[in-house]
Design a protein around this ligand. Structure first.
Ligand code: ADP
Length: 515
C-alpha cells in the first residue's frame, strides 16, 4: 500500500490511499498514546494528564491536518502544471500537424499546378498521379492515364531501344536520374522533347514504393539548338568551302605572281636592252649632230657671197631642226642615264639668283619675244644642289613657259626661302593645263593633247627629267595652272647646310620611281 502511494503519480490514487490510511493511522496514534499513558505513567496527576492530552491532541491534530492539506495543495498544483504543460504540448503538436498539412497542401498545389509535368509511378511503372502540367504537355487528362503504364507516353522507337528498363535500373542504382534529355509522345502523336528528372520514392519504413518523374518541355529549346547546330554546320561548310576557294585563289595568285615576276624580269631585260639600244643610238647620233650643228653655225657665221637669202633661210631651218634633234637625243640620253642609275649628281652650295640670271641671259640672247621678270634679291641663302642639273631644270621650265605662251607675254621667275628649302617658281600667262592633266604631265612621254600638237614641238620628256632631277636632290616639283590663263611651276631645293647633311656629296640618281 505504502509502495503504491510513492510509486503512483496519480493524485486521485494517492488521495484514495490517504483516505483509507490516515484515519487508521490517527486512531492507531491515539490508541498508542492512551496505552502508553496508562502503562508508563499511571501515577500522573489529573492535571498533568490534561496537559499531556492538550499537547498531544492540540499539536499533532493540527500539524497532521496542515501537512495533509499542504501536501494535497502541492499535489494539486503539480497536477495543474502538468495538465497545463500537456495541454501546451498538445496545442504545439496540433499546430505542427496543421503546418505540416499546410505545407503538404501547398506542395500538392505546386505539384498539381506546375507547368512541368509531375507524375508519380508505382513500382510497376503504373501512373498514380498526373498533374496539370502533364495534361498540358501530353494532352492526356489525369482520368485517361492514371492506372495505366507510363509507356503510354514513350515513343515506340525509344521504347524498343530499352529506355524504360535502362531508366528503371539507373533509378534503382542511384536513387535518381537528373536532367536526362529524351523524347516523349503526346496524345495527338506529337513528339515532345523533355528534360526528365526521376526520383525513387520510399515510405517511412524505407521501402521503395515507386518513383516520381518531373518532365520539362524542351521542344522549343531543342528546336532552337538544332537550328543553331544546323546553322553552325552550314557555316562550317561555307567556311570550309571559302577556305578551299581561298586556298585555290591563293595558289592561282601565287602562280600568277610567279608568272608576273618572270614576265617582269623579261620586261626588265627588254627594258635594259631597249635602254642600251636607245643609249647607243643616241650616242651615235650625238656626234654627227654636233658636227652638223657646228658646220651650220660656221656656214651661217661666214659671209660667203654664194649664199643668197634663200640659202641662209634654208640653213636656219636645218640648224633649228638639228638643234631640236640634239635636244631630243640629249633628253633620251638623260632619261636612260637616270633610269640606269648612271646619272651622277655633284651637289655644291651656290646662289640660285645667279643661276636664274644666267639661264635668262641665254634665253634673252636667243631673241625671244617674251620679257622676263626675275628676282634681284641678293640676300637669299645658297642652295645645296648640282648646279648643271638645276640649270637644266630651269632651262626646261623656261623653255616650256616660252613654248606654251603667246609672244610678248611676260614670264616671271621667283625664288624664296622657307628656312629649309629654296622655292623656285616659273610663271607664265600661257595656255595653261587642263586640271585632269596636271598630275600626268610629269610622267615620261606624256604630252597634253590639245589638238594642235603640230604647233608645239616636244616629246614629253622635259618635265619627267625635271621631276627626277629635283627629287634626286631632295626637292619636289608641282604645278598650279588655270586653263587659258597660265601656269606656275614650282620646285624646291634644300638650302646649303641642311642639304649637305641630308644629301652629302656626289651621288647617283637611282633608277625606278614613277614612270
Ligand atoms: P614637251 O616636250 O611636250 O614640252 P614636257 O615634259 O616638257 O614635254 O611637257 C609635258 C606637257 O606638259 C607638254 O606637252 C605640255 O602640254 C605641258 N606643259 C608643260 N609646260 C607647260 C606650260 N608652261 N604651259 C602649259 N602646258 C605646259
Amino acid at each position: 500500500m505504502t509502495l503504491s502511494f510513492f510509486a503512483s503519480k496519480d493524485l486521485r490514487a494517492r488521495l484514495a490511499w490517504l483516505r483509507s490510511v490516515l484515519p487508521f493511522a490517527v486512531f492507531l496514534g491515539v490508541l498508542l498514546y492512551e496505552l502508553s499513558k496508562f502503562l508508563f505513567s499511571p501515577n500522573l496527576t489529573e492535571n498533568l494528564h490534561f496537559f499531556l492530552d492538550l499537547v498531544v491532541y492540540g499539536t499533532i491534530g493540527p500539524v497532521t491536518i496542515w501537512f495533509t492539506i499542504n501536501w494535497i495543495s502541492q499535489r494539486v498544483e503539480e497536477s495543474e502544471k502538468a495538465l497545463a504543460a500537456k495541454a501546451q504540448a498538445e496545442r504545439e503538436q496540433e499546430r505542427a500537424v496543421q503546418a505540416a498539412h499546410e505545407q503538404e497542401r501547398l506542395l500538392a498545389t505546386v505539384c498539381s499546378n506546375s507547368a512541368d509535368a509531375i507524375i508519380t509511378l508505382d513500382n510497376d511503372g503504373i501512373i498514380q498521379t498526373w498533374n496539370r502540367g502533364a495534361e498540358m504537355i501530353f494532352g492526356y487528362s489525369a482520368d485517361e492515364v492514371v492506372g495505366k503504364h507510363f509507356r503510354i507516353i514513350i515513343p515506340p522507337d525509344i521504347d524498343s531501344r530499352g529506355e524504360v528498363e535502362w531508366l528503371a535500373n539507373q533509378v534503382k542504382q542511384d536513387g535518381f536520374i537528373r536532367n536526362y534529355e529524351t523524347e516523349r509522345i503526346a496524345k495527338d502523336g506529337r513528339r515532345v522533347g523533355v528534360d526528365l528528372t526521376r526520383t525513387q520514392l520510399q515510405n517511412e519504413q524505407g521501402e521503395v514504393i515507386g518513383s516520381s518523374a518531373i518532365l520539362r518541355d524542351i521542344t522549343e529549346r531543342v528546336r532552337t539548338e538544332q537550328a543553331i547546330q544546323k546553322m553552325n554546320l552550314e557555316l562550317e561548310t561555307k567556311v570550309a568551302e571559302r577556305t578551299t576557294q581561298l586556298a585555290s585563289a591563293t595558289e592561282t595568285l601565287r602562280r600568277r605572281n610567279v608568272e608576273l615576276e618572270r614576265a617582269n624580269q623579261e620586261l626588265q631585260k627588254l627594258d635594259e636592252l631597249k635602254s642600251e639600244f636607245v643609249s647607243m643610238v643616241s650616242h651615235e647620233l650625238r656626234a654627227p649632230l654636233t658636227n652638223i650643228n657646228g658646220s651650220i653655225e660656221l656656214l651661217l657665221e661666214g659671209d660667203a657671197p654664194c649664199y643668197d637669202r634663200q640659202h641662209r633661210d634654208l640653213l636656219h631651218i636645218v640648224g633649228e631642226q638639228s638643234a631640236r634633234l640634239t635636244r631630243l637625243v640629249q633628253g633620251i640620253l638623260n632619261v636612260s642615264r637616270i633610269e640606269a642609275g648612271h646619272l651622277v649628281l655633284q651637289p655644291q652650295a651656290f646662289n640660285i639668283v645667279g643661276l636664274i640670271e644666267k639661264v635668262i641671259g641665254v634665253w634673252e640672247s636667243r631673241d625671244v619675244s617674251n620679257p622676263f621678270e626675275h628676282p634681284r634679291a641678293e640676300n637669299l641663302p645658297s642652295v645645296w644642289a648640282d648646279r648643271d642639273r638645276t640649270e637644266e631644270v630651269l632651262f626646261n621650265l623656261i623653255d616650256n613657259a616660252i613654248k606654251y605662251s603667246a609672244e610678248g607675254t611676260s614670264i616671271r621667275i621667283d625664288a624664296e626661302s622657307n628656312g629649309k628649302f629654296m622655292l623656285v617658281s616659273v610663271s607664265d600667262q600661257g595656255v595653261g593645263i587642263p586640271s585632269d592633266e596636271v598630275q600626268k604631265i610629269f610622267d615620261k612621254f606624256h604630252r597634253v593633247d590639245r589638238g594642235d600638237s603640230s604647233e608645239t614641238y616636244g616629246h614629253g620628256l622635259g618635265l619627267y627629267i625635271c621631276r627626277r632631277l629635283v627629287e634626286a636632290q631632295g626637292g619636289q616639283i608641282s604645278v598650279d595652272s588655270i586653263l587659258g590663263e597660265g601656269s606656275t611651276f614650282r620646285f624646291s631645293l634644300p638650302l646649303a647646310g641642311r642639304g649637305e647633311m641630308e644629301l652629302g656629296g656626289a651621288r647617283r640618281v637611282s633608277s625606278g620611281g614613277r614612270k
